[in-house]
Design a protein around this ligand. Sequence first.
Ligand SMILES: NC(=O)c1ccc[n+]([C@@H]2O[C@H](COP(=O)([O-])OP(=O)(O)OC[C@H]3O[C@@H](n4cnc5c(N)ncnc54)[C@H](OP(=O)(O)O)[C@@H]3O)[C@@H](O)[C@H]2O)c1
Length: 318
Amino acid sequence: MHAAVVTAFGRPPRYQQHPDPRPAEGEVLIRVLAAGLHPRVRSGAAGTHYTSDQTLPLIPGFDGVGRTPEGTRVFFSGLRAPNGSMAEFVAVPASQLVPLPEGVDDVMVAGAMNPAMSAWLALTHRAGLKPGERVLILGATGNAGQMAVQLARLLGAGTITAAGRNAHTLAGLPALGADHTVALTAADDTIAARLAETAANADVVVDYLWGHPTEVALAALSDARTDPATRLRWVHVGAMAGPDITLPGATLRKADIDFRGSGQGSVPPVEMHTAHRELVDRLPTDNLTIETLAIPLSEVGTAWATNTPTGTRIVLLP
Ligand SMILES: NC(=O)c1ccc[n+]([C@@H]2O[C@H](COP(=O)([O-])OP(=O)(O)OC[C@H]3O[C@@H](n4cnc5c(N)ncnc54)[C@H](OP(=O)(O)O)[C@@H]3O)[C@@H](O)[C@H]2O)c1
């Protein structure tokens, strides 16, 4: 088959011949129709994702849309590295297949599912968001952050504060459901004041940033809460702004903050699969919007080098 193949970390994959995957017990050979180029795919291909065992060569790709040997169109995930979805065929655990309804577009599902899953898991499975609760989204301008805004609104959040860096995208978030926006390009004290004004009593934070913006937000919220004993559930999902934070102990004594992560490891595969099933049912009816840019897999080198506007997800087509 043809596949995108990484032979050295730090170099983009090359489109070349590769042996067909041989499904193990319990796996199904899927013909790939579309695979999203998510941040998780890039970090896996670079060997920097925390799940990477440094095996080379590898085929990148975390999930996708494909067809079973019987002709059923499915969304799939749960792939075993080094065999990713950026190939003509991939072996997928049968337990990780989700049949797709007619009329749902391959490219839309391949682009939207990973960012939507991150937001859905964080808001529902990890934070247990209840209608009326207040949500702060850090990193709301990315694909996942935009999904979090839309899903929080659909789940009945009371107020949604969307914080992000990209001014143009931030300005569009009220149309997706945000009540307030916070520009993370301002000085730290300005950001802190705006967060205190719009999200002091947040019940849930969905955090795609970590790093310095998280430090600023943590300090701002822990100082500003009306009742510091009301629990704040802080769900760490991504680390776009840095892998670490400095967390003063006083922050945790000052306010009741419950930290948890959401990702591979902290969320078992069966729960990820449940989230995928729940979302496949919602994607067509909830009008969740995502911009996609479809590129043939044979042009994977170009795709890797393409800087899409924030909020646009590249999808590769074998
Ligand atoms: N744990 C999970 O299950 C899971 C699932 C999906 C995604 N994720 C993670 O979630 C994160 C976001 O994913 P995504 O799909 O939304 O990625 P994306 O579409 O590429 O968006 C990334 C966003 O981060 C913003 N950003 C980058 N550095 C920033 C900084 N220093 N301060 C503020 N904003 C910054 C970018 O803003 P600009 O436009 O200004 O550059 C962009 O809007 C990634 O780390 C990804 O790996 C985790």
